[in-house]
Design a binder for this molecule. Structure first.
Ligand SMILES: Nc1nc2c(ncn2[C@@H]2O[C@H](COP(=O)(O)OP(=O)(O)OP(=O)(O)O)[C@@H](O)[C@H]2O)c(=O)[nH]1
Length: 328
């Protein structure tokens, strides 16, 4: 542990070299460990969808009982709180985005000097500023969804999770495919969106896209990662569901859309879906889901195509990977 100016600068440089959210958080934790003599460092995520009381309950269950007061005070006051409990001192520093507390940096030590506190606040501020830049660079400005840039790291994370599961339970990919809960990659594309734009204007088209995303969020879960890839194309990495559950949700979404805009505009979507596995490249998975989507577009739109099913019933031929194209 050192807090020489050179070391402090070096830590800041290392922290700002990270441009993905997970590694940025890891970097903050390791920086704190290097710079201050601490017992424990944690970054607690505050769920913005919960009411304040529920947030506090959530944080309390997540953490040791003695941490409750410092976290509750920090959340209520939106400012740094330092408390002593037994032999330890605790600090909770709020991380804010658009004036809302989104995370709390919670640190325990035998003693924090005034310089420690100043440094911890400084690191948190660097993290907070950088977090907002990273989030902005991964967000689609019209709909607020994640953009295409954010897709690849998340898909890789899911593929890694699947691989870990296979390793942990020593099951073959075939056995795993038989188990009911799986991850799915779904591409949605609004049908004839150009006609909507041409008939009602681009601004109205924008409103349709915004409503589309509101309904997407209302239908799918927080655990499903949703992306706008561009134009009227959206992608979901759907968290573990069996095939029937996945289909039910997609059909529900499609139904909600078709009744939402009433007589004026009938919005329908075409969907291409593939099961995510740990062996295929992300570009390969995307191309296959896209092939299923293309089939649905070609055969009348407003429908769902699952890649494996379309292969099995002979509707499409397997994608030849030597046709590889650069997607990212
Ligand atoms: N309003 C609006 N339109 C957009 C935006 N981005 C792309 N578009 C339009 O979305 C339309 C997409 O149309 P296409 O992908 O060609 O196809 P489509 O009309 O949806 O027809 P199919 O996909 O074949 O059913 C184009 O007219 C684009 O100009 C946006 O941010 N807002």
């Amino acid at each position: 542990m050192t807090n020489e100016p050179e070391a402090v600068l070096e830590s800041i440089v290392q922290m700002t070299e990270r441009c993905q959210l997970d590694s940025l958080a890891e970097s903050l934790v390791s920086t704190v460990r290097e710079m201050v003599n601490v017992e424990q460092v944690e970054i607690l995520k505050v769920d913005s969808h919960l009411e304040p009381d529920e947030v506090i309950n959530n944080l309390i269950t997540l953490s040791a009982e003695s941490a409750a007061d410092v976290l509750v005070e920090c959340l209520k006051s939106c400012s740094t709180v330092k408390l002593s409990s037994g032999v330890f001192e605790q600090i909770a520093i709020p991380i804010l985005l658009k004036d809302a507390v989104v995370m709390i940096l919670w640190i325990t030590s035998e003693h924090f000097s005034a310089q420690d506190v100043q440094m911890l606040k400084g690191f948190s501020k660097v993290y907070e500023n950088f977090l907002s830049i990273v989030i902005e660079s991964e967000t689609d400005p019209l709909t607020g969804l994640l953009n295409r840039k954010a897709f690849l790291p998340r898909l890789i994370k899911v593929a890694r999770l699947i691989k870990e599961e296979l390793d942990d339970y020593a099951v073959t990919p075939q056995e795993s495919a038989l188990s009911s809960k799986r991850y799915w990659l779904c591409i949605f594309d609004i049908d004839k969106f150009k006609v909507i734009n041409d008939t009602f204007g681009h601004l109205y088209g924008d409103e349709i896209l915004i409503d589309f995303v509101k309904m997407m969020k209302a239908t799918f879960s927080e655990l499903d990662s949703m992306f706008r890839f561009g134009g009227d194309e959206f992608v979901i990495i759907m968290s573990k569901r069996n095939k029937a559950e996945m289909m039910k949700l997609c059909e529900e979404f499609s139904h909600k859309l078709s009744i939402h805009h009433g007589k004026e505009v009938q919005v329908t979507i075409s969907m291409g879906i593939i099961e995510i596995n740990s062996v295929e490249e992300s570009s390969e998975l995307l191309m296959k889901a896209d092939k299923a989507l293309y089939y649905v577009k070609e055969t009348g739109r407003n429908n769902i195509g699952i890649y494996e099913d379309l292969i099995q019933d002979g509707s499409i031929v397997p994608l030849k990977i030597e046709d590889d194209i650069e997607i990212f």
